[in-house]
Design a protein around this ligand. Structure first.
Ligand SMILES: Cc1cc2nc3c(=O)[nH]c(=O)nc-3n(C[C@H](O)[C@H](O)[C@H](O)COP(=O)(O)OP(=O)(O)OC[C@H]3O[C@@H](n4cnc5c(N)ncnc54)[C@H](O)[C@@H]3O)c2cc1C
Length: 562
């Protein structure tokens, strides 16, 4: 089913009606305040939508009529709710603006919903004729400023082109195991349609419920089980785009030597060259069995060595996810803090700690979850081999309950961010990838870089941030590193504080051999570092492609390219 945006939080994450157990749980907030060395936390509620002042729309009635002629009047939306909820994406940085009601620079003049590729093309062409910027948007879950509805300096207005009416699986080729799918389909809707025929795409990002196929391709995303199902570039076969220059369909062969593969220009294009309206994707049969189980390692380095060995042995795992000491500790303690500290629980904790000690595992271990999906017989066999490798690296097998807990909670984490923001706290994430030979070096640089930037930006000298990392996507030559950090907000200058942390973290990534993004993309937030990533010639090539397809520069201005 399509997501009705009026039922989701316009300035936060998820369903408005989602049960919020965290906000009123004083134990959690007392615990966090202690961990961050802060005094009592302040109440910092968001400005309600009714109080937000939106800029006056710039589009004249005849322009709105011209757009309505294409899609029908009902699909050109100008309500406060539509304009505000399409102003920005869902990064921490975005939420600072949304929650403050500061939408002056990023409010679209209208949100337009085409129902098919032809309408999409016509909309783009009418916008090009009228010098109106077009921001293609699927779920709007970008965390890099990719859907900020800013018109750029030279445009006469900006629309958000919302793709989510285009949401059907059009055909399935059961012999080739491919499906042709409309790009605006949300994750759950796509999987439901494929499951009717026994198939899955298997792309489950943490944002699965609120993101779309087109967004996954355009941002070059990764689902949590990317080892089995692949990152977007592994499962995309070809795509159809509506561009200002006309329709463009990329080549659809299983392999070809006819020059460079142009699908790579679509993957990661972030709406800057056109709108992906349809895509052919590789699908798989729904797996017969799933096995997710946990291992505790004495330190991060041993876990990294085990993860590398599992992947380089080419074991067909779906996921290897390794948390560092801080992350393993934080999430355990965060979950504990939500429950009453009863006598029984204290006994249980003491026994657990004693058990770990007796097994020679440190008191700050690193949790690895290994996920395997496939035929029953294979799953059992692969799990045994993965377990043997973990054991070789001195891990303690803690069984399927840790895996089950992770699996069941795999989309819940983001719901904690809004209550944190309501309590004067910041919570942000960033990610990168590098070669195995550089993983520990990068990890050792990143934690102090982020911690240091948080400390420097804090008015209260005693307070601190908590920075934690994990590996969640692995390849034979390297892996991603993902960081989550929770910190006291500088309430007077929270955007400035965020910028300083982002700058320090990204500079550290670039200096220590990581990519500026493994799966979130570039948007506005990473664009300044694109020249370091691609080099001036590479950047020139990307600019030339944009100029070729979008001569007037109306497609998602200010994103991807500096
Ligand atoms: C809580 C949370 C968890 C997340 N977890 C993950 C994760 O596990 N893995 C991951 O990869 N990402 C993750 N993300 C980031 C985000 O969800 C992904 O980038 C996702 O792919 C975006 O999909 P979307 O439909 O929301 O795209 P949008 O946010 O709407 O758009 C993203 C970019 O793609 C462009 N775009 C969207 N649709 C089209 C189209 N049809 N044609 C052309 N351009 C288009 C937009 O212009 C924009 O530049 C997470 C984000 C949040 C908020």
């Amino acid at each position: 089913m399509a997501v009705d945006r009026s039922e989701t939080r316009w300035n936060g994450w998820g369903w408005t009606e989602q049960l919020d157990e965290l906000s009123h749980n004083d134990r959690v907030w007392e615990w966090i305040a202690r961990e961050l060395n802060m005094g009592a936390l302040l109440a910092t509620p968001a400005v309600p939508l009714e109080e937000v002042e939106l800029p006056a729309p710039r589009l004249a009635p005849d322009t709105l009529n011209a757009l309505a002629e294409v899609v029908g009047e009902a699909w050109v939306k100008v309500s406060r709710q539509e304009r505000a909820s399409h102003a920005r994406g869902k990064s921490y940085h975005d939420l600072l603006y949304l929650r403050a009601g500061n939408l002056a620079d990023t409010t679209p003049d209208a949100v337009v919903y085409p129902g098919n590729p032809l309408e999409t093309l016509e909309l783009i062409q009418r916008c090009a004729e009228r010098n109106i910027a077009v921001v293609p948007t699927g779920g709007g879950s970008s965390v890099v400023g990719g859907v900020n509805a800013s018109p750029g300096e030279s445009h006469d207005g900006v629309i958000v082109l919302n793709t989510t009416r285009m949401s059907r699986v059009l055909t399935i080729d059961e012999e080739a195991l491919t499906a042709v799918v409309e790009a605006g389909v949300y994750g759950p809707d796509l999987e439901e349609q494929l499951a009717e025929k026994g198939f899955t795409l298997g792309h489950y990002p943490q944002s699965f419920q609120f993101s779309t196929l087109g967004g996954w391709i355009a941002a070059r995303g990764a689902g949590q089980q990317s080892n089995k199902y692949g990152k977007a570039e592994s499962w995309l076969v070809c795509a159809k785009l509506a561009t200002p220059k006309g329709f463009w369909t990329t080549e659809c062969f299983p392999a070809s030597a006819a020059g460079p593969d142009l699908n790579d220009l679509v993957l990661g294009s972030e709406g800057t060259i056109g709108v992906i309206t349809e895509a052919t994707v590789k699908i798989q049969r729904i797996p017969e069995a799933k096995d997710y189980r946990g291992y505790l390692f004495g330190d991060f380095a041993s876990g990294v060595a085990a993860a590398r060995e599992i992947i380089q042995a080419r074991l067909p795992v779906a996921m290897v996810r390794l948390s560092d000491e801080n992350e393993t500790h934080f999430f355990r303690a965060f979950s504990d803090a939500q429950k009453p500290n009863s006598f029984l629980r204290r006994i249980k904790k003491t026994l657990e700690s004693w058990y770990l000690k007796s097994k020679g595992v440190s008191q700050r271990p690193c949790l690895m979850i290994v996920g395997i999906e496939g035929r029953k017989a294979n799953v059992v066999g692969v799990s045994k081999v993965a377990g043997a490798i973990a054991k070789k690296h001195k891990a303690l097998a803690i069984g399927p309950s840790a895996g089950k807990r992770w699996f069941e909670g795999r989309f819940h984490g983001p719901y904690a961010r809004d209550p944190m923001l309501d309590h004067g706290l910041g919570a942000d994430t960033l990610e990168t990838s590098t070669r195995w030979s550089n993983i520990l070096h990068l990890q050792e640089a990143m934690i102090p870089a982020i911690e240091g930037a948080i400390r420097e930006g804090l008015p209260n000298q005693g307070a601190r941030g908590i920075v934690m990392g994990h590996i969640s996507h692995t390849y034979t030559d390297g892996a991603s590193l993902y960081y989550t950090f929770v910190f006291p907000r500088d309430l007077e200058h929270d955007v400035r504080q965020w910028r300083a942390i982002k700058k320090a973290a990204t500079e550290s990534i670039v200096e220590h051999g990581g990519t500026i993004s493994h799966h979130h993309g570039v948007g506005t937030d990473h664009a300044d570092w694109m020249v370091e990533e691609k080099g001036p010639i590479g950047l020139g090539i990307l600019k030339a492609v944009k100029d070729e397809l979008d001569e007037a520069g109306i497609m998602n201005p200010g994103k991807l390219l500096p």
